[in-house]
Every structure is written in C-alpha cells, then in structure tokens.
Design a protein around this ligand. Sequence first.
Ligand code: DGL
Length: 267
Amino acid sequence: MNNKPIGIFDSGVGGLTVASAISEKLPHESITYLGDTMRVPYGTRSPETVCRFAKELTSYLLQNNVKLLVIACNTISALCRDEITKYSRVPVVDVVTPTIRYVASNPTIKRVGVIGTSATIQSGEYERLLKKYRKDINFFSKACPLFVPLVESGFTNHQATKLLIKEYLQPLIHDHIDSLVLACTHYPLLKPLIRTYLGKEVRIIDSAHPTAEAVYEVLNRSDLLNTDSRQPIYRLFFTDLTKQIKTLTSKIWINRKTNVKKVSLTL
Ligand code: DGL
C-alpha cells in the first residue's frame, strides 16, 4: 500500500479530463495535478521546447513526492515519453500508448481518424504505434491547432468553434472514418459539438478511460495502490491562475473538495 499522490500533468486544463477519469476509477487515490497554463499551448512549439517544459513539470511533481506520473498530454506523450520515463524515478504512464492499445484491440475499427495538435500529428507517433499493433487499419489524421486555444478561452460552445470543427473534420468525413480519436486531452471538452457534426455513426474515442485503466494496472502491478479508505487529497496546481482557468476547472473537475493554487516551477 502507498498513500502518496499520483502526479498528473498537462500544458493546461485539458489533462483534467484524464485526472477526472483516474479519480473515478481509483476513488481512494490522492491526486496532485500540474497544468502549465502560463505557457499553453505546447502543440505549436518545437519538440525541444516541449521536452524542456515537460521535464520542468516532471521535476516539480517529483519534488512533491508523487508515486506515479501521468503525462496527461498527447503532445508531450508523442514527443518525449521516452525522455520523461528515463528522467523519472517513479513509473510513468502516458496517454498515447493506452489509447492506441484500446483502438488496436477493437476489431470493428477499420478506418480511424486521429485529430491532435500540430506537434502530435507531425510526430507520426499515433500512426507508427497503431501500425505496430494493427497493420490492417486505415489511418487518417488532421492537425487542429486552433482547438486548444479555443478550449483554454472557454469557447467550447461557440459559433467560431463550430465553423472550425467543420473545417478540420470535413476531410475525415470524406475519408469515411468509422472512429475518431481525440488525440489531445483538451478535445473532450468539444465532444458535444464534434458529436453533433459527426452524427451517431462515427465512434468517438478519447484518452481518459484507457489511461485510467493503465494507471490502475501499473499501480496494482507495482503494489502502489492506496487501500487506505480516508478521503483522498486533491491538489490542482497551475502556473497561471485566471478567472477563466478557475471556471474551466470547475466544469471539468466536479464535486470534489480541492485545493487550487498558482505555483511557480522554480522551487
Ligand atoms: N492537452 C494537450 C494535448 O493533449 C494540449 C497541447 C497543447 O498545449 O497544445 O496535446
């Protein structure tokens, strides 16, 4: 048994979609979340910069004594999962690997579309990993660079967002995808609009639930699960904290007694 918190990080608030799924799957686990809201978005930056920022977030959470790290960001997972895993002294779970495994294990998925940040799509990581498990799947992808700024600005039900969804997703509809992977942890916040645009036929998959399963498996295998039934402690740290971030946080991280704080990465 281990009652230290799970450390979860992202470039901003999007990773809270993963943190929520983890706290639902593992209600006894304490969580320390770190969102780099001061420097979001990461997905338009170079791999070197993303990895440098990601290492800073990793160090901060390690210094806060976490027992496991979750990279709740597809961009960081696609660009520097191996670097972070080498750098970390605790086990690391990323969001890309569990999502790919989930897709690959479903034989009814034949034509998959993947949407993500420019950095994630340009990395080619989703296609490379997916083809490793399932050579028969047809793969299509589209970078949607404006989705993260729209979500961080709270435009989750805005006319401009609807227009961009059409602009970005139309080519994938023409490719006759049967499933769409939301390969960015911010995108689940656009799910209702994406669902309306796609209709019921296309399956929508996000990283949250496959990642929560992977976290459970790693904790269980490493004998790190918390079996103590006391209330878990939730701490949400952001490198910048505005009214907008607080509003978004309360939309994603619902009904949990939580300490929300602005932090500086230099301890
Ligand atoms: N949530 C991050 C992801 O999953 C967003 C990256 C960004 O900041 O652009 O990729």
